[in-house]
Design a protein around this ligand. Structure first.
Ligand code: SF4
Length: 280
């Protein structure tokens, strides 16, 4: 038997390159995935969302806080940091934007009051990556702590609603980050935490190796579905059939609603709707 028959020269299987967000987009709606990742040029997106601006501003302010010398990490540093990172897009007007800024500053002040400034995280906005037989995964983790010899994945949340341990347990992204962080840093990582800044609460879950593997298998199954949809498209299946719509309440928040027949009938949300509600 020669080497070819033995499979030694068989071309390696192409890995599906993805982030948890890319997989999540397909799971939420294959059509939205197509608009975001397949169609070129991508259809025009709707206007920017204020809640995305708020989330980005708060995340960057926390990154900047950790970039300070530990002796300077206190609440007094926050107004300057938040101003420097503030994203203004999507708000109804200046009054609303100012109100949300004050609210965000209050969240950050309460949050850093509970942190030990001398605790140095293993990573802040750290990109981690891992490969499986079919996936090349990567993603950026808000913070990676080390506690009692294990890594902990920390994800900041700024949305309106509080979160439960079930949210942490069910998050594919957090589980994939835990797997990738363990590989990058060669340390065990089972705990994942959602830090909800508006309420100052933490929703946590301690994964087992088995539960992490289950998340990974589901991610691989989604990647296989996407690969099959791509192949169907390449083989002549119509784009609309290969990537069907999955209409639902999410359509109101979809960037591509105006390009999608299923979303066109959905009542549009104002770009600031989510911060208006979170601002109470
Ligand atoms: S509007 Fe709804 S159905 Fe259409 S792409 Fe967006 S999420 Fe999918």
């Amino acid at each position: 038997m020669d080497n070819e028959q033995l499979g030694l020269f068989a071309p390696p299987q192409r890995l599906f390159t993805c982030t948890p967000s890319k997989l999540g987009t397909y799971e939420d709606c294959p059509r939205r995935y197509r608009f975001a990742y397949v169609d070129r040029p991508s259809p025009p997106k709707g206007p920017p969302w204020a809640h995305n601006s708020l989330g980005a501003s708060v995340h960057t302010a926390l990154r900047s806080w950790y970039a300070l010398d530990p002796d300077r990490r206190d609440r007094a540093a926050l107004p300057t940091l938040l101003k420097a990172t503030w994203v203004s897009e999507g708000y109804r007007d200046e009054t609303q934007e100012r109100d949300v800024f004050r609210r965000a500053l209050g969240w950050l002040e309460s949050y850093v009051d509970g942190l030990d400034p001398h605790d140095e995280p293993v990573g802040v906005e750290r990109t981690v990556a891992a490969r499986t037989e079919t996936l090349a995964l990567s993603g950026r983790v808000d913070r990676i702590d080390e506690r009692a010899g294990e890594l902990v994945i920390v994800d900041y949340k700024t949305g309106r609603s509080g979160l439960t341990p079930d949210d942490a347990r069910g998050s594919r992204a957090l589980a994939l980050y835990a797997i990738a962080a363990a590989r990058v840093f060669r340390k065990p990582c089972h705990r994942v935490e959602l830090h909800h800044l508006p309420t100052g609460t933490v929703a946590a879950h301690d994964h087992t190796d088995e539960s992490l593997t289950r998340h990974l298998r589901r991610a691989e199954a989604t990647a296989a579905d996407i690969t099959a949809a791509d192949a169907a498209l390449a083989a002549g299946t119509s784009p609309d059939e290969a990537f069907p719509v999955a209409p639902g309440p999410q359509c109101a928040w979809c960037d591509f609603r105006r390009s999608c027949p299923a979303g066109a009938g959905v009542e549009p949300k104002e770009p600031w709707a989510a911060v208006e509600r979170s601002a109470g």
